[in-house]
Ligand binder design. Structure first.
Ligand code: GLC
Length: 800
């Protein structure tokens, strides 16, 4: 492997002096004497794209990552020059490009402070081994700089001092520091001097990032082919960097159905039908909420996708219906490998239509996966994606399957070095024909996209649900994801926490881990602690390989079952809160989980924190990640926090001990928050919601909260049939005012709120609802600070 950052300049080639400059609206081109062209595109005031070619012409500009819905437009653009630089100025950024060697440096347009500067800048090396160029970029690390992001890397939050590779890889039983694993998200955010920027290197070849690992003050990234093509995204708030990256690579195309945010149960494998029914019946018997049940590869006939085993599942349509009647959505696995079998219609059709990937010298790409020898559809061909999407008609429309699980789509190939296709395999790449070197990292993404198209079509008018293992930047537009084949160890519980936070920081919020661990078996304590973390992950599913024993909530004795039930119930109570956070993510790109550094970059204490995170906007959670613990120390971000269980108030900005026996975990609510809750249901839609609980956490000062609701499924919300409640809370020594502003055309089923006031520092003497005094006794419920009132109020005034 060629490492690019060796101090030696040997072998590296560099741009020389700029000889011409051209401006075409927002696209600026700089050509050097040795024929390098740098094209800078000003997409937004804070988003600049840098693209280099060494051959004098650019390839067709095509990206799977960038969404056509990305925002464009800027307030200000001016290009000037001085003796040494061209200077591009927007309302947020100043970018200087050296006339001597094309090196760039970025400054904050407000205060002229240096944000980021090239060290060697763009350079390249001809690769005799791989053909083409290795394209490289190196930047000088700023004093105290920290780095975050990069998708699913199983390492601590702050990436400083580490080097990474991006090559989507099937990684059974990976561990801490295993690299690369399932996903390629070549995007990081950097932070120094309280300012943050991001870099998205949109190059799908095998790529590398070095964060001051090889040289302590240098950050670099390079790829084994393709273009040096990256986006510079300025904050200065890290949350804005992440929002802008998500805008660029896309937000989920629709909200998930509310049930998809419920609890899911999976195992490799539940079969035959009687076993599936036993499991689902047990959930209902033990009153443990659950919305989805998964069928792993054994539901098929000899692992042939789109078939059913006649022996194990003689009448899938009936079974799926019976499960649905009991509130369970059936989700089935679909892998990319299509068994070579002339009697198998999917294979025959794929062959006839020439849809399978081929080697450079002609023959089909043959590889072994679960079904044995397989061919693999070229999902980078739009015609193949179309065909694939139509294969879901029977599964979804006729049989009633509600979601599809795409696995092994790295693509994984068994018993070969590298565990995937050889580099020479050809791909259509949406008309930009190329080898697997370029298509590998997007193969799984395009499979998930094709699956999504099918689910969307055949689930209509309901919303689609897809989950994928492999992903490239932008995959979040189509599907949810899980973190692959982890292990039932305490360290993996910590890793799951890191990965979920990191994915959220990388624009991909709909994620979760195999709760309890996929390989091996957890003991009850580990399982319970993992469930506690899992209920705070946007995707919440227990899954296990099944060959080390059972992993259902009741598999570890009644004490554990009770803990697990308690936390899954909490998840269901918090559904309107989570749904609101998801809506903010789908609408604005705001990540559902926020690592502390993302939440408060101005507090240097947060820069190296790993365990604590913010769930949604207002809840601070921190898992217990070791055995025999009855609490832990954790850091509280600046502000006031209520202990969720005891209402004790903690002053943030400090590290403190928190008690958490096995049936508890550290959960805190930001002072001033209003947390919406639904009653416990065994599955979404079991009950008509006839009251919304609002847990109000008093603060002296102001705070805003939101509650988003809609029909929980379908597309009416896009036409304005949603209900958005904006609450403004304002607390004073002797009074509390809550104003409500409602928008959207959806009418919720409930008519009243049950308002529980936490931490009120005074005794209520009177209550005014929309300026009418109402005796407190008329509104008061059992608890002394709980009242029931109409959901229509616009101002609630509680006076001491
Ligand atoms: C892979 C998946 C796992 C699945 C198994 C069998 O290992 O990651 O989730 O259960 O294949 O399909």
């Amino acid at each position: 492997m060629i490492l690019n950052t060796e101090l030696e300049y040997k072998g590296n080639l560099f741009p020389s002096k700029i000889v011409s400059y051209e401006k075409n609206l927002n696209v600026l081109s700089f050509t050097t004497a040795n024929g390098v062209i740098l094209e800078v595109t000003v997409r937004r005031d804070s988003v600049l794209r840098f693209r280099y070619t060494t051959t004098g012409i650019f390839d067709n500009d095509f990206s799977y990552a960038i969404t056509k819905y990305a925002s464009r437009g800027y307030n200000h653009l001016e290009v000037t020059e001085d003796d040494s630089n061209y200077i591009i100025t927007t309302s947020k950024l100043i970018c200087k490009i050296s006339k001597l060697d094309l090196r760039t440096s970025m400054f904050d347009a407000n205060d002229n402070s240096l944000i980021c500067e090239d060290e060697l800048g763009f350079h390249w090396e001809e690769s005799y081994e791989l053909g083409g160029d290795i394209v490289k970029m190196s930047k000088t690390a700023q004093p105290g700089e920290s780095y975050y992001g990069l998708g699913d890397k199983p390492v601590d939050n702050n990436l400083k001092g580490k080097r990474f590779e991006n090559w989507v890889t099937d990684s059974y039983a990976y561990g801490r520091d295993t690299d690369p694993i399932y996903k390629t998200i070549p995007f990081y955010t950097a932070l120094h001097n309280k300012k943050s920027y991001g870099i998205f290197f949109d190059n799908t070849f095998r790529s590398f990032f070095d964060f001051c690992n090889e040289r302590r003050n240098i950050t670099s990234f390079w790829a084994q082919g393709g273009e040096m093509n990256y986006y510079f995204i300025y904050g200065p708030e890290m949350s804005d960097v992440v929002v802008n990256y998500t805008d660029l690579t896309g937000k989920p195309h629709e909200m998930p159905a509310l049930w998809a945010l419920g609890y899911h149960q999976c195992k490799w494998s539940y079969y035959p039908e009687s076993n599936v029914k036993e499991i689902t019946a047990k959930f209902r018997e033990l009153q443990i909420p659950c919305d989805a049940i998964y069928l792993d590869i054994d539901y098929m006939e000899g692992f042939r996708c789109f078939t059913w085993s006649k022996e194990y599942f003689p009448d899938p349509k009936r079974m799926v219906k019976e499960l649905a009647d009991d509130g369970f959505k059936t989700i089935v696995i679909i892998d990319p490998g299509i068994k070579i079998d002339m009697e198998y219609s999917v294979f025959k059709e794929g062959l006839e239509k020439d849809y399978f990937c081929k080697r450079a010298d002609g023959p089909y790409m043959k590889g072994k996966v679960w079904p044995g020898e397989c061919y693999f559809p070229d999902f980078t061909n739009p015609e193949v994606r179309d065909w694939w999407s139509n294969l879901f008609k029977e599964l979804v429309e006729d049989i009633g399957v509600k979601g599809v699980w795409n696995d092994m789509n790295e693509p994984a190939v068994m018993d070969v070095p590298g565990k995937t296709f050889p580099d020479d395999v050809r791909h259509d790449y949406d008309g930009n024909q190329c080898s697997h070197k370029k298509a590998h990292n997007v193969y799984g993404m395009q499979m998930a996209r094709a699956t999504y198209q099918g689910l969307k079509k055949f689930s209509y008018p309901k919303r689609p649900f897809v989950i994928t293992r492999a992903a490239y930047s932008g995959t979040q537009r189509y599907t949810s994801s899980w973190t692959g084949d982890n292990i039932a160890t305490w360290d993996h519980l910590t890793i799951a926490n890191l990965q979920a936070q990191r994915m959220c920081m990388s624009g991909f919020s709909f994620v979760g881990s195999d709760i309890g661990g996929f390989a091996e078996q957890p003991n009850g304590e580990l399982y319970a602690r993992w469930i506690q973390l899992g209920i705070f992950h946007p995707f919440c599913r227990t899954h296990s390989s099944g060959d080390h024993g059972d992993q259902e909530p009741w598999a570890f004795g009644t004490t554990i079952t009770d803990v697990v039930r308690k936390f899954i119930e909490l998840r269901y109570q918090l559904l309107p809160y989570l749904y609101t956070a998801f809506w903010r993510y789908a609408e604005e790109g705001v990540p559902i989980l926020k690592s502390l550094v993302l939440y408060d970059q101005h507090d240097p204490q947060t820069h190296y924190r790993n365990d604590e995170f913010i769930f949604g906007e207002k809840i601070l959670a921190c898992p217990i990640t070791g055995p025999n613990q009855n609490g832990r120390r954790m850091y509280f971000p600046v502000g006031k926090w209520y202990n969720f269980w005891t209402d004790e108030i903690i002053e943030g900005g400090t590290e403190q001990w928190v008690n958490a026996d096995l049936d508890s975990m550290p959960i805190f609510v930001k002072a001033g928050a209003i947390i919406p809750k639904y009653p416990i249901q065994q599955y979404v839609g079991e009950k008509t919601i006839d009251e919304l609980s609002l847990d109000v956490y008093y603060t002296e000062g102001k705070e805003t909260s939101q509650v988003y609701e809609d029909a929980t499924d379908g597309y009416d919300y896009i036409k304005g049939r949603y209900s958005l409640r904006d609450f403004n809370l304002s607390g004073k020594k002797n009074e509390l005012i809550i104003q409500q502003h409602k928008s959207g055309k959806f009418t919720t089923t409930y008519k009243t709120f049950k308002v529980s006031l936490h931490g009120l520092p005074f005794k209520i003497s009177k209550v005014e609802v929309d300026n009418v005094i109402i005796p407190f006794e008329d509104l008061k419920l059992n608890g002394s600070n709980t009242l029931r009132l109409t959901k229509e109020f616009t101002e609630l005034h509680i006076i001491g």
